[in-house]
Design a protein around this ligand. Sequence first.
Ligand code: FE2
Length: 211
Amino acid sequence: MDETNRRTFIKSGVVGGALGLFASSAYASSPTPKEIEGPFYPVMAQKDKDFDLTRIEGKEGVAKGKTIIIQGQVLDTDDKSVEDATVDLWQANGAGRYRHPHDSNKAPLDPNFQGWAIVPSGKDGAFRFKTVYPGSYPASDTWTRPPHIHFKISKKGYIEIITQMYFPGHELNDSDLLLKRKSKEEHKLMIASKVQDKPETYEYNIVLQKA
Ligand SMILES: [Fe+2]
């Protein structure tokens, strides 16, 4: 190798190395931000915990409210899909009431709303569930929580995440005492994107960090 070639070789090596470094930091994802579990983690056992929260097995009725689909992928921070993760989710019904003994909200319970579900991530880390758009509810005299869905996501070899997913453009998002504490970058990871009108579908990806 003569001097010119050697210099070119070194230069391209340096540039390639720098690009490699840049690529790995540019494409790696931040883990989904954590949020408090809140007081309404399900405590009452139920047989039906499938992906369709709008119906309860053995009942004729359908949950009240706007039916929506939530879909997404469980990924790791290297953007690789995570299959067989446990996606445990719970939420208020369409009127803003949890089926939980500590929920003192006056809004009515919905006998046809499943309330919580456990769905595994499948091929490519994909998960999907059908539910109703959750109602907002009072957390105190001066604070109304915006619609949200609670999640607990776990998989052996990864750090468990407890978080809350929000809906884009909701007027209560800006005044929520929990969401307000998060940065703009974190908002992007916590607020789902609307991807379809009929059926109304939201995309929400979850990023786990290796343990
Ligand atoms: Fe909640």
